[in-house]
Design a protein around this ligand. Structure first.
Ligand code: NAD
Length: 294
C-alpha cells in the first residue's frame, strides 16, 4: 500500500490547509487527526454547540496523549491552534482540500457540497466522508465533478488506520492522488476503491448488522450476542458497534444499502435499529443506545 501511495504522489496537490464540514463524531476526529499530524484545518459547523463538542473531544484526546507520555504538554496549544473553528466560509479561498462530514442524508450533502464549491478556489479538492451514498450521485450537481471524490474515514478516526478513497466516474487522478496524499500525511492507510453504495467495508459490515438484527428479532439477547462476538475475536460486538456508529447514521446508511442491494440488504418491518432510533437512543453521541453511557 505504501508503494501505491508513492505511485500516486506525482499527481498530488499540496494540502497546506484543509477544511472539514461538520464538527460531529467524524468531523471532530478528522480535525484532530489533521492538526495532530501537521496539516492545519478549518472545522466548520452550522451549530456552535457542535464546534464546542468537537474542540472538547480534541482536547480530551490530546490530554490522553500527554498522560501516556506520547506528547509534550507544551505541544498541545500548537495542535489546538491549528484547528480553526468556523460558523461561516470566511477563509475557504485558502483551502486546498475539504472533507464533508455532515449528516448522512443525500439531500443535505448535495446542498452542502454545492454551497462549498462556490466558496473554494477552482483547483480545490472536495471530498465526502459519506459511509454509503454513491459518489456519482453526490457529484451530479457539482460544477467540477473532476475535483470530487470520497474520503471515507472510520470511527474513531484517531484509532482506525483505514481510509477508503472513492473514485467516481468523473473523478480526476489529481483528486485521487491528493486525497491519498492527505490521508497518508494524516498517518492513515488509504485504499482506492470504485464507487458503489457502501464501497468496500460497509458492503461487508451491513450484512453483518443485518445478521444481528435478525438474531434479535428471533429473540436473542443483544448483550449475549456482543459477548459471543468479542470471544470470537472482534474488538466489540454489533450492538456496541452500533452505539459507536450512532443509530441515526446506522439507520440512514442502512436505508441507502437496502436501496442499493435490495435482494441482499433489505429488512422487512421494524428493526432493532428503528426501535432505538424512534426512542431517541442514538448511541454514545447522546449517552444512550443499546447501552447507557452516563
Ligand atoms: P454527527 O451527527 O455526529 O455530526 C454531523 C455534524 O454535521 C453535526 O455537528 C451537525 O451540526 C453538522 N451539520 C449538519 N448540517 C451541516 C451543514 N450544512 N454545514 C456544516 N455542518 C453541518 O454525524 P457523524 O457520525 O460525524 O457522521 C458524519 C458523516 O460521516 C456521515 O456522512 C456519516 O455517514 C459518516 N461516517 C460516520 C461514521 C460513524 O461511525 N459515525 C463512520 C464513517 C463515516
Amino acid at each position: 500500500l505504501k508503494h501505491k501511495a508513492k505511485r500516486w504522489a506525482k499527481d498530488a496537490a499540496d494540502v497546506k490547509l484543509a477544511a472539514v464540514l461538520g464538527a460531529g463524531i467524524m468531523g471532530g476526529g478528522v480535525a484532530y487527526q489533521s492538526a495532530l499530524k501537521g496539516t492545519p484545518i478549518i472545522m466548520k459547523d452550522i451549530n456552535p454547540e457542535g464546534i464546542a463538542l468537537g474542540l472538547k473531544e480534541a482536547k480530551k484526546l490530546l490530554l490522553k496523549r500527554i498522560d501516556k507520555g506520547r506528547m509534550k504538554p507544551d505541544q498541545m496549544a500548537d495542535v489546538l491552534n491549528s484547528i480553526t473553528p468556523a460558523l461561516n466560509y470566511g477563509d475557504f479561498k485558502n483551502v486546498d482540500l475539504v472533507v464533508e462530514a455532515v449528516v448522512e442524508n443525500p439531500k443535505v450533502k448535495d446542498a452542502v457540497l454545492r454551497e462549498v464549491e462556490g466558496q473554494v478556489r477552482e483547483d480545490a479538492i472536495l471530498t465526502s466522508n459519506t459511509s454509503t451514498i454513491s459518489i456519482d450521485l453526490l457529484a451530479k450537481n457539482l460544477k467540477r465533478p473532476e475535483n470530487f471524490c470520497g474520503m471515507h474515514f472510520f470511527n474513531p478516526v484517531h484509532m482506525m488506520p483505514l481510509v477508503e478513497v472513492i473514485r467516481g466516474k468523473k473523478t480526476s487522478d489529481r483528486a485521487i492522488a491528493t486525497a491519498v496524499a492527505y490521508a497518508t500525511a494524516m498517518g492513515k492507510t488509504p485504499i482506492v476503491v470504485n464507487d458503489c453504495p457502501g464501497f468496500l467495508v460497509n458492503r461487508v459490515l451491513f450484512p453483518y448488522f443485518g445478521g444481528f438484527i435478525g438474531l434479535v428479532r428471533d429473540g436473542a439477547d443483544f448483550q449475549k450476542v456482543d459477548k459471543v462476538m468479542e470471544k470470537f475475536g472482534w474488538p466489540m460486538g454489533p450492538a456496541y458497534l452500533l452505539d459507536v456508529v450512532g443509530m441515526d447514521t446506522g439507520k440512514h446508511a442502512g436505508a441507502v444499502m437496502a436501496e442499493g442491494f435490495p435482494d441482499r440488504m433489505k429488512h422487512e418491518g421494524t428493526t432493532a435499529i428503528d426501535v432505538m432510533f424512534d426512542n431517541k437512543r442514538y448511541g454514545q453521541k447522546n449517552e444512550k443506545g443499546f447501552y447507557r453511557y452516563e
